[in-house]
Ligand binder design. Structure first.
Ligand code: CA2
Length: 144
């Protein structure tokens, strides 16, 4: 099956480039989505993007990805540290999930150290800034 990626960003990531550039950089979400699409296409992979601030909408989107995308690159934002619902949705989808965090969550507050996603993700990329998303796409390109 030809590879296809859903790039999924969670709560507050719509604010990328507008606040806290010292933590999250100066690129906007639209910049990140365009970069990822271009990068995936260089590998011959299609990529579509979606962002939501709402846990249930993210769960719906993951459920709807079943049979549509082969891979999901997801930054679940703060839901990483709280959401069993997103974890369960990921377990139920066939697509392989790569978890990306722009900041190094392990060097931040203790409550950011635990992820409900990491142990079920195919890969986790943390603290590499926006290039972390591109690294996830590179890993998918190498995926069998
Ligand atoms: O480092 C990451 O990518 C995070 O997933 C970002 C989440 C945070 O809750 C996680 O612990 C780590 C927060 C996203 C907030 O994004 C903003 C971007 C610009 C301005 C304000 C918030």
């Amino acid at each position: 099956m030809k590879k296809s990626i859903l790039l999924l960003n969670g709560p507050n990531l719509n604010l990328l480039g507008m606040r806290e550039p010292e933590t999250y950089g100066s690129q906007t979400l639209a910049d990140v989505e365009a970069l990822c699409k271009e990068h995936a296409e260089k590998h011959g992979i299609t990529l579509e993007s979606f962002q939501s601030n709402h846990e249930g909408v993210l769960v719906d989107t993951i459920q709807q990805a079943k049979g549509v995308y082969t891979h999901i690159v997801m930054n679940p934002g703060a839901y990483t540290h709280t959401s069993i619902a997103i974890r369960d949705a990921i377990i139920g989808v066939e697509a392989k999930v790569y978890e990306v965090h722009i900041s190094n969550v392990y060097e931040r507050e203790e409550f950011r150290h635990h992820s409900y996603i990491s142990d079920i993700a195919k890969g986790t990329i943390v603290g590499k800034g926006v290039p972390g998303y591109l690294e996830a796409i590179d890993q998918i390109a190498e995926d069998k």
